[in-house]
Each structure stands twice: as C-alpha cells, then as structure tokens.
Design a protein around this ligand. Structure first.
Ligand SMILES: Cc1cc2nc3c(=O)[nH]c(=O)nc-3n(C[C@H](O)[C@H](O)[C@H](O)COP(=O)(O)O)c2cc1C
Length: 187
C-alpha cells in the first residue's frame, strides 16, 4: 500500500503530526508515504506547533506544483490520499474539479480511479457552501472524516484525543491499527 498525505492550511496541524508519526511506525503495513503541503499548511504548522518536526520524517515531500509526482497520475499505484487537515478552500476546489495543484489533482485522480480519498475537514460552523461541497465529494466517492475526536475511550492528553481521529483515518485506509474499539477488548 502506498499512501499520499496532503496537509492544507486548516487549523489542526497536530492531526497531521500524529498521523505522520503513526505512518512512520507502520512501515511494515505501508510501503511508501509521500507528502505534499499547501502554501498555508506550513504557516499554520508553525503557528500552532512551533516546531520543524516534519523535517525528521522519512517521507519524500513533493512541491505542490509538481505534477510529475507519481500520485498525480491514475497509472501510479497509490491506493489512498489522506488530506489532513483539509481546509474548506481545498474541499471546494476538489468538489468543483479545480485540479490546479498537486493536492487537488491527486484528489481528482483518486476519485476517478475509485480509490480512497479521505478528507479530514476542519471548520466550524459550516456554511451552506461547505456542506454542499462536502456532499459533492461524498457523492463522488470521497470520505469526509471530520477532525471530530471521540471521548468514550477516555483519551489522555491532546495527542490522545487527536489519535481518536487519526486511528479512524488509518482504519478507513484499511490499516488494522491497534487501539480502542467500542465494546471490544483492547488487543
Ligand atoms: C492559523 C490559521 C487557521 C486556519 N484554520 C482554518 C480552518 O480551520 N479551516 C479552514 O477551512 N481554513 C482555515 N484557515 C484558512 C486557510 O488556511 C485558507 O483559507 C487557505 O487559503 C486554504 O488554502 P489551502 O487549502 O490551499 O491551504 C486558517 C488559516 C490560518 C492562518
């Protein structure tokens, strides 16, 4: 399984940080992880996390204008694109087929090839345009997986709370992450 991860300028850089750390530890399950950042994603990461932790990750990053990246084409073997966090601007461009950068082009490819597109959207409240765009992406086969944590596992700390979302994202990709499952004994 090869996975592309796009990070956009929605609040919630910590979701990307935790997801990337989990992917790093899943090297037996995930053959390759590639990254692409929107312009505002790094600004938000700096503002919210104030670190450069992404520099130590063993993943290749592609420029957001690099349409030569493998996952810009349906002939590549990438099985999923996770957009985490996903801004309303990005979801709007995807919903309207505006494939003007690598993130939106890769999303377009995932939908046309009937592969997994998981959008970890973050905004509150939603306006009607946001809701319509998310409906369109869902109708086209994408999964809207909002950055909405759960609390029934009594997660500890901010990262524990964030992980309740990123675990679900990885499960959606077909990766059997160990962790809390409602009313099932923990493995
Ligand atoms: C600190 C910060 C937090 C933001 N949070 C959100 C957010 O939660 N959701 C959202 O849709 N946009 C948010 N934005 C605005 C987006 O970054 C902006 O609309 C940007 O153009 C989105 O483009 P991108 O998807 O290419 O990153 C935020 C911007 C900043 C600076």
């Amino acid at each position: 399984m090869k996975i592309a991860v796009a990070i956009t300028g929605a609040s919630g850089a910590i979701y990307a940080k935790v997801l990337l750390e989990q992917l790093k530890s899943l090297k037996n399950e995930v053959k390759e992880v590639s990254l692409v950042w929107s312009d505002n994603a790094r600004t938000v990461w700096d503002h919210e996390l104030g670190n450069r932790d992404f520099e130590h990750l063993p993943f290749r990053s592609y420029d957001k204008n690099d349409f030569m990246a493998p996952f810009a084409s349906g002939s590549s073997s990438y099985g999923a694109l996770i957009i985490c966090p996903c801004s309303m601007g990005t979801i709007g461009r995807i919903a309207n087929g505006v494939s003007n950068d690598l993130i939106t082009r890769a999303a377009d490819v995932m939908l046309k090839e009937r592969r997994k597109l998981i959008c970890v959207v973050r905004e509150t409240p939603y306006n009607l345009i946001h809701l319509r765009n998310m409906t369109t992406v869902t109708e086209a086969g994408g999964v809207i997986c909002p950055a909405t944590p759960s609390f029934y596992s009594n997660p500890e700390g901010i990262e524990g709370v964030v992980k309740t979302v990123t675990d679900r994202v990885l499960l959606l990709c077909g990766i059997d992450v160990k962790g809390y499952r409602w009313n099932e004994p923990e493995e």
